[in-house]
Design a protein around this ligand. Structure first.
Ligand SMILES: NC(=O)c1ccc[n+]([C@@H]2O[C@H](COP(=O)([O-])OP(=O)(O)OC[C@H]3O[C@@H](n4cnc5c(N)ncnc54)[C@H](O)[C@@H]3O)[C@@H](O)[C@H]2O)c1
Length: 476
């Protein structure tokens, strides 16, 4: 198992911090020539491949994945060829039908894997939660959104954990991967299991291991992306890592589920704050007549201490707009302020309104008015290469344009139709022509092009900052 080059060069403290992370070595290398564990928790690693009583664990024969969405389905497919049976459970019959029909939004590399896993019968799809009883390990990947007040909506997670706890039996390893607040694994899994007489680290093994999957990104595949795992006990960490070693070549054992839960929140909060800063910095550059992309790229030539992001029309998807609120909610309950994170979240959620404002300015500077203008939004999913519309800034952008009286169309080959919060239903324009619109707003550019026609529009507002086909474009 490869030890990953740690991104801890920050502040020159890598030498100090690295020994606190314990790389996991799967059973084949334990006791062999591989490097031994460091620090005071070595027993967790030397127990790899052993059960709580020190008996060798058998190779995985059956793993159940609960929740087959953007995370769960690729996770199930990554197990193909690595365990005998994969039970994919989803409460949505509709979702199961989409998967069977080969219509799930999957990366190119996963499409043939799905076909193969269904054809050879390794992947069993079901909505029957009783089917998980026969699994050696259960990986929970259900959604953890926020409600209208930005509080955690734990309905799916509570439901899934309760179903798993009810059916758990001695010898099983239960791994929670849904992003959530600190303490959830103990609250929803470890505690209720112990009440049933299934003690974590003894009869069952319970851990949290955040998912780092990046849908649509073919550069960071699961196998090459390191994971962290925090068990309720060291034996739980080891048992969970043994399962997860089927998915990734690099794993680090943490001291607790809470440490692993906090790790995921920190990663996504870091991203939210960085994106808010990138947007604010690009607005500052615009005010001062500097090209923000040139400055961002130039800063990126510094090999340490800078990790930038590109500005854009806002953030979307199931992670960055939601996850930081899990921590803010938890801190709020404890009366602990977190002004930087709060401001970052306010800032990124206000970004689509800034795009609407700029659209008005671009038209106004040309003697035209946003009210009554024909505006086409190019790309509406929240990021390139995926069809995911969840929390997409395009939703707020199109609603804001409609509120200002614009005639709004959109083009997105991955998203055939959109229903806005106000109930308006829009359908992607099949064969758009730039000359038909007063303004094109570039929101998401999918790989493979297909958006060059927009450069023929008389006015182009480029919220991606990279649509260089249109020399006459304005940026935010
Ligand atoms: N999407 C991402 O990019 C990403 C990346 C890393 C982590 N995550 C985290 O992973 C988790 C899952 O996210 P996702 O994007 O895959 O969600 P998703 O909405 O795409 O899929 C979740 C699936 O779980 C199913 N489900 C809901 N309740 C269930 C239950 N009780 N039993 C069985 N199935 C159930 C739903 O029908 C759905 O198909 C979230 O916590 C998210 O924050 C997501």
């Amino acid at each position: 198992m490869a030890e990953y080059k740690l991104a801890l060069g920050v502040n020159g403290r890598s030498g100090e911090l690295k020994p606190r992370l314990i790389p996991f070595h799967p059973p084949a290398t334990v006791g062999g020539s591989g490097p031994g564990p460091q620090g005071g928790r070595s027993s967790a690693v030397t127990a790899a491949g052993a059960d709580a009583n020190g008996h060798p664990r058998q190779a995985l024969s059956c793993v159940a994945i609960v929740g087959l969405g953007y995370v769960g389905l690729p996770t199930a497919l990554a197990l193909h060829g690595r365990c005998e049976r994969i039970i994919g459970v989803d409460i949505s019959e509709r979702r199961l039908a989409v998967i069977v029909a080969g219509q799930a939004d999957l990366g190119q590399a996963d499409r043939p894997k799905l076909a193969a896993a269904l054809a050879d019968g390794t992947l069993e799809l079901t909505s029957d939660l009783d089917s998980i009883s026969g699994a050696d390990a259960i990986i929970i990947c259900v959604p953890t959104p926020v409600d209208g007040a930005h509080h955690p909506d734990l309905a799916a997670l509570r439901g899934a954990c309760a179903e798993v706890v009810t059916r758990a039996h001695a010898g099983q390893t239960l791994i929670l991967t849904s992003t959530t607040y600190i303490g959830t694994t103990r609250e929803l899994l470890a505690g209720p299991l112990a009440e049933r007489g299934l003690r974590p680290g003894m009869e069952v093994f319970v851990a949290f291991s955040p998912e780092r999957i990046d849908p649509g990104n073919s550069e960071h595949v699961q196998r090459e992306t390191p994971r962290v795992v925090g068990g309720v006990t060291p034996a739980c960490s080891t048992a969970a890592a043994t399962v997860l070693a089927q998915l990734t070549d690099s794993l680090y054992l943490l001291s607790s589920p809470e440490a692993a839960e906090a790790t995921k929140l920190y990663e996504n909060i870091f991203r939210a704050v960085t994106l808010a800063l990138a947007n604010e910095f690009s607005d500052a550059c615009a005010a001062l007549g500097v090209d923000p992309i040139e400055a961002t790229l130039a800063a990126g030539t510094k090999p340490y201490g800078f990790l930038g992001a590109f500005p854009g029309p806002g953030v979307g998807g199931h992670c960055i707009p939601c996850d930081p609120h899990y921590l803010l909610w938890q801190l709020g309950k404890a009366g602990h302020p977190s002004p930087l994170i709060e401001q970052a979240m306010r800032s990124i959620s206000g970004r689509p309104a800034r795009v609407v404002e700029r659209a008005g300015q671009v038209l106004d500077s040309d003697g035209a008015d946003l009210a009554g203008a024909a505006v086409v939004v190019v790309g509406v999913s929240y990021k390139a290469g995926v069809a995911d519309l969840r929390e997409s800034p395009a939703l707020g952008l199109m609603a804001g344009l409609l509120d200002r009286g614009a005639k709004v169309s959109y083009f997105d080959p991955l998203v055939p139709e959109v229903t806005l919060a106000g109930g308006q239903r829009l359908v992607s324009v099949a064969a758009p022509r730039g000359a038909d619109y007063d303004l094109a707003i570039i929101h998401t550019l999918h790989p493979g092009g297909g958006s060059a026609w927009a450069s023929e529009c008389p006015r182009v507002l480029d919220a991606t900052y990279v649509f260089e086909e249109a020399a006459h474009r304005s940026v935010l």
